[in-house]
Design a protein around this ligand. Sequence first.
Ligand code: NAP
Length: 257
Amino acid sequence: VITVQIIGTGKVARQLAIRFRESVLITLKAIAGRDQHACGNIRDLVSDTVICTDLDSLLSTDIIILAVTDTAIATVSDKIDARGALVLHTSGSVPMAALKNHKRYGVLYPLQSFSESNRVDWDTVPVCIEAHTVSDLDIVRTIASVLSPKIFEVTTAQRKHLHVAAVFANNFANHCFTMAQEICEKHTIPFELLHPLILETATKAITQEPDKSQTGPAMRGDKEIILAHLETLDTEPKEIYRVLTNAITHYYGRKKL
Ligand SMILES: NC(=O)c1ccc[n+]([C@@H]2O[C@H](COP(=O)([O-])OP(=O)(O)OC[C@H]3O[C@@H](n4cnc5c(N)ncnc54)[C@H](OP(=O)(O)O)[C@@H]3O)[C@@H](O)[C@H]2O)c1
């Protein structure tokens, strides 16, 4: 059995704790956080045998997982005495070397968008792993296998690019959905009219490849419709519409607006 403690009491910490509770391979011994109330909430969720500690009184465990805000990873890492434990962070954008003040360190990055309430379907989540030594990579792989069957070895440099790709696939696409919703609401159209289209877009991006499933005025180079659309938009969505239209037109080899 591998003993683990999690530092952090946020979204990722919570989902990790829930998953570890279901594993016979891992014993979650403690959750450490600066907010003891949040700590207690997770402990109540997973098991009353899990201890809440603060950062200065960590237990001895095989693994310490820093599930804290990206900007706090290096600071928290510097602050803790790992006592020989393998220290991991869960970030998509922080280099593994942020933990290099410890002898043993690595990364356990679950590539999914975690929210406060929804329970994550771990079996579908790709887990990207990295470690400073080959032997520790095996241990990180074992921990990752408790979370998900989808394990990928990804270097710090690759993870940086992967995170940028994830911003396009998730944050930017989602902001487009937000703008679509705002346009609907402004003109008293139920947003639910677009629900099937949103699902179809995501499904086709996977089943047919995104560039093969593109349609619409920009791809066709239909200038008349594009100009008519631009006339209806406020400044901010207009700017985004223009940038994306130019990008699509350029991608499909047509003339820029
Ligand atoms: N959310 C996602 O979708 C997602 C997905 C994959 C990976 N990740 C990565 O997982 C990590 C945690 O993300 P999250 O979404 O769980 O964040 P979160 O919900 O915002 O929680 C962040 C946690 O970090 C703690 N923290 C922040 N600054 C700290 C400091 N200086 N000292 C000690 N603790 C501090 C917070 O404590 P307080 O509550 O006291 O502020 C909180 O417990 C990040 O590296 C993130 O990039 C997130």
